[in-house]
Design a protein around this ligand. Structure first.
Ligand code: PHE
Length: 444
């Protein structure tokens, strides 16, 4: 079984594939709306702390579990801790992936819809962008159609094979998307009246603290880095024996965070600059919630020459970024069914596709259901998964094995102090902090 598993070959391919999973709608759609909701700069500060103290160590841990076991998320726990209840952590992860797909695919559908609106030129003629977005929200059939199309597209890549599908698409699209985001960020900052937006983004306002701030930021960090559900376990299972876990995790997290911040620098300055009611812009941002990206950005494009070209390019690249994330999510669920229930890869893919379409249909029709899936996955399931993954590597796994994995059997040099700090973080700091944030957040 082990020999048959494909491994990612090139180093850049490894980072690109993991980054392809991490960078997606979480960065460009969810991060700005969470930041707006969380009061701006303060949210970002807490978010960065979560990436550093929980995100990177947890990503390394997931890589480790995956490569050590060379199995799917649930199978990995089964293999490393046979006959123990740890397998439930893997199963929870698979379920989380499914729940995320259930609302994420709907947003992927919006992205496709906007891509075609840009391509056909109809977006260019719109004068009221909130109304334009609401029209989409109130057309279930249109949403469901795009959502199904996106799910089928994802399934196609899953079926076309791990290496070809995931690695290649990530390598081409990531640099392009990055370049475009930089151009848009510059354009947005140069708008007259953008300074207030930058202030909102970078100047913390302590009056904005709410009890759920920490949980919201932690949930967003997990969601954005694709950790806490074993997605990176599945990816780790494809890594080769020389993959440098720590470096890969740091690179992926840096890239992911940069893209999120760039998205913020695009959205907020333009939201402040282009509003017709400066007094209520923060309220509008918060109320804009899930629509923020789809309402503010078209306004920015209209400020640019050849707006249609920019809009088309942007929504095309955003769809691709979302696709590399949905591929990783669907891969987790599909491989689980394929390997644990011994159903062929093709049949597992079809099964998962049908189930995701069902969940996605309900989310398209019901906004509360959409929100429920979003909150349940990001604020409850991922943090619980993260907590147990950190306990698993910190307490359950043999320390010698953890060191051997981290150093690639001693070929990489880390100081003993560093290794000890890593274990200490996983054993005590991360679990206690995550638990405290979780309980405090849910109570608040
Ligand atoms: N990280 C992805 C994004 O930011 C979403 C995702 C979450 C993907 C969990 C895989 C696992 O869009």
């Amino acid at each position: 079984m082990n020999d048959k598993r494909v491994t990612f070959v090139s180093k850049i391919g490894i980072v690109a594939a993991a980054a392809g999973s991490a960078v997606g709608l979480g960065n460009i759609w969810r991060f700005p709306s969470q930041t707006a909701d969380g009061g701006g700069a303060l949210f970002i500060l807490v978010y960065l702390g979560c990436i550093l103290f929980f995100g990177i160590p947890l990503m390394v841990s997931e890589f480790m579990i995956g490569r050590a076991a060379r199995a799917n998320t649930a199978g990995a726990f089964h293999k490393l801790a046979p006959g123990t209840p740890w397998k439930w952590v893997g199963r929870l992860g698979v379920l989380t992936g499914f729940v995320i797909l259930g609302f994420y695919m709907v947003v992927c559908g919006w992205t496709l819809d906007y891509f075609f609106q840009s391509l056909s030129g109809s977006l260019h003629r719109v004068t009221d962008f909130s109304e334009n977005f609401n029209n989409l929200l109130y057309s279930p059939l249109r949403q469901i159609g795009w959502m199904i199309l996106f799910t089928l597209l994802t399934a196609f890549f899953i079926l076309s094979g791990v290496k070809k599908g995931i690695e290649q698409s990530s390598k081409i699209m990531m640099p392009l998307l990055f370049l475009l985001l930089i151009i848009l960020a510059v354009r947005s900052v140069l708008l007259e009246g953008s300074a207030q937006g930058l202030n909102f983004l970078f100047k913390p306002d302590l009056a904005q603290v709410k009890p759920t701030l920490f949980l919201d930021a932690m949930g967003q960090a997990f969601f954005s880095l694709s950790i806490g559900m074993g997605c990176m376990i599945t990816y780790g299972s494809y890594f080769n024996n020389n993959t440098h876990f720590l470096k890969t995790a740091v690179h992926v997290s840096l890239l992911d965070t940069l893209v999120a911040i760039l998205a913020g620098v695009i959205i907020f300055p333009s939201a402040f600059a282009l509003t017709t009611n400066p007094g209520t812009v923060v309220d509008e941002l918060v109320a804009g919630g899930p629509g923020l990206l789809f309402i503010t950005l078209p306004g920015l494009f209209n400020q640019m020459p050849a707006s249609m070209v920019w809009a088309t390019l942007f929504f095309c690249l955003l769809s691709l970024a979302a696709l590399t994330s949905t591929i990783s999510l669907m891969e987790v669920v599909t491989v689980y069914i394929h390997e644990e229930y011994r159903i062929s890869r093709r049949k597992s893919t079809l099964l998962v596709t049908a189930a995701v379409v069902m969940l996605g249909t309900i989310s398209s029709i019901s906004a509360p259901f959409f929100q429920l899936l979003d909150i349940a996955s990001a604020k409850i399931m991922l943090p619980i998964g993260g907590l147990f993954i950190s306990l698993f590597v910190g307490w359950y796994l043999d320390k010698g094995m953890v060191y051997a994995e981290l150093t690639n059997e001693g070929t990489l040099q880390f100081s003993t102090g560093f290794l000890k700090t890593y274990i200490f973080l996983l054993r005590y700091v991360a679990p206690v902090a995550m638990l405290a944030i979780f309980i405090y957040g849910l109570a608040g």
